[in-house]
Design a protein around this ligand. Structure first.
Ligand SMILES: NC(=O)c1ccc[n+]([C@@H]2O[C@H](COP(=O)([O-])OP(=O)(O)OC[C@H]3O[C@@H](n4cnc5c(N)ncnc54)[C@H](O)[C@@H]3O)[C@@H](O)[C@H]2O)c1
Length: 432
């Protein structure tokens, strides 16, 4: 690792920006965290973290060592040697790239640029964004990329909830608009990341991120389709996946579930699809995967109706276990579990939910508070759906009291209780 200390500004202190800012600060760099959200700035100033993976202690320590400040004052960008952009890149209502946040951040940076600064985009986006969108905006300042300032792209791979891979050990792909830009970015990132993978262009680095996430998107939908066809053939998909993964090469296991969720996996493939259309290129895998994943909640609701032998779910009391988009996090953005709940609500079901990480949700305008799973609540439920397999779920309690459990994650493997358990992708034994 290199030893040069720098002043680093991180623009956007969310799931990506805050861990990155703290990682740079931990290595001795002075970090200016920049965000527009007053609640986040206030929390940080009070030494409070708003991200589950980051303990308050880490925030307090960064402030105490005087290596971290949090502000909305864009003028402070001028102080920085390195500016890293971690703002959201969502979709518009028409499912097209929405670069509003990025354009706003780029304009703010342009207005405070000075010679010698290194600017790195980390937000996920389509190939060409750094070169075609960010570079011209920054050059409106009169400073030239590759000569006066240095611009690169580095995709973020942070995996919230995954304790096996701290940020610093995940290899970091980096790139630059010119070779000089790439080397400047490499020098900076080498001070924090154990492995830096330098590639030839910002377009290739942007595409790397989209490939990684589209790969997950396509494979999750593929295994969801396989799960459905296994069920129709009376074969247990979970057993088949376990058997297939005994092959030491050529197979990577993906697991069925209610669909894909979060800010990245359902969004990034649509950035790629949009970009491919501009080149007249096909993206058929994305289209078909999207269709399969969208239909998963309907499939699940249909299986529940079948298991309850009911045409309608009006008045049926259903407990949904887990509402986040993946296990062991508190993020419900684009959660497929919530999509299942919306469908159940439309069907007239009386919903309750349990999630140790989410105290309250709003479902189609209605506030819902998570239950505590009292004996009474469990006894009243007609059915429970295990939608997310958090590590800490009182599963035994659920199968001891609720008469029917639909397990979309094989979370109840090897367990038994009073409940009739049906699994997504389950085989013959599930229908007995
Ligand atoms: N969350 C993940 O696990 C993850 C993983 C890899 C990549 N990404 C990508 O990283 C990017 C950021 O995602 P996130 O999950 O951290 O988003 P987030 O919503 O958690 O955080 C973004 C932050 O940016 C702030 N912001 C918006 N506009 C700003 C501006 N002009 N100036 C300063 N701050 C501004 C927001 O207030 C917010 O705090 C996205 O492109 C996302 O696709 C996310």
């Amino acid at each position: 690792m290199g030893s040069n200390l720098r002043k680093v500004a991180v623009v956007g202190l969310g799931y990506v920006g805050l861990p990155l800012a703290l990682a740079f600060s931990k290595q001795g760099n002075e970090v200016i965290g920049i965000d527009l959200d007053d609640r986040k700035l206030q929390a940080l100033e009070q030494g409070r973290s708003y991200i589950k993976d980051i303990p308050d202690e880490q925030v307090k320590m960064a402030f105490e060592r005087q290596r971290f400040s949090a502000t909305k004052d864009m003028r402070r960008l001028r102080e920085a040697d390195v500016i890293i952009i971690c703002v959201p890149t969502p979709l518009t209502e028409d499912n097209e790239p929405d670069l509003t946040y990025l354009m706003q951040a780029a304009a703010n940076i342009r207005d405070h640029l000075r010679i010698g600064q290194i600017i790195v985009l980390e937000s996920s986006t389509y190939p060409g964004t750094t070169r075609e969108v960010l570079k011209p905006t920054l050059e409106q300042s009169g400073l030239i990329v590759g000569t006066d300032i240095f611009l690169g792209y580095s995709p973020e791979r942070v995996d919230p909830g995954n304790r096996s891979y701290p940020l610093e050990v995940i290899p970091k792909v980096i790139s630059g608009i010119t070779e000089k830009c790439a080397s400047a970015v490499e020098d900076v990132y080498k001070t924090v990341f154990q492995t830096v993978v330098k590639i030839s262009s910002t377009d290739a680095a942007e595409m790397t991120k989209l490939l990684e996430n589209t790969y997950r998107f396509v494979n999750i939908s593929f295994i969801n389709e396989i799960a459905q066809l296994c069920t129709s053939m009376g074969i247990d998909v979970w057993e088949v996946i376990e058997a297939a993964r005994s092959k030491p090469f050529g197979f990577s296991a993906f697991f069925p579930g209610p669909g894909v969720g979060g800010h990245c996996i359902p969004v990034d493939p649509l950035y790629l699809q949009w970009r491919s259309k501009q080149f007249g290129a096909a993206s058929s895998f994305i289209a078909i995967s999207r269709e399969i994943n969208h239909k998963m909640p309907v499939y699940i609701v249909d299986r529940i109706k079948e298991a309850l032998a009911r045409e309608s779910l009006t008045g049926v009391k259903i407990l949904v276990v887990g509402v986040t988009f993946k296990p062991n996090i508190d993020d419900i953005r684009e959660s497929s579990s919530i999509e299942v709940m919306k469908l159940l609500q439309q069907e007239g079901a009386l919903l309750s939910y349990y999630d140790p990480y989410v105290p309250e949700i709003t479902l189609q305008g209605k506030k819902l508070t998570g239950t505590r799973l009292s004996e009474n609540e469990l006894c009243l439920a007609d059915c429970a759906i295990i939608a997310v397999n958090h590590d800490e779920l009182p599963l035994q309690r659920i199968i001891d009291y609720v008469p029917l459990v639909y397990d979309t994650r094989n979370a109840l493997k090897g367990m038994s209780g009073k409940a009739k358990v049906i699994r997504l992708g389950g085989g013959v034994s599930d229908s007995n």
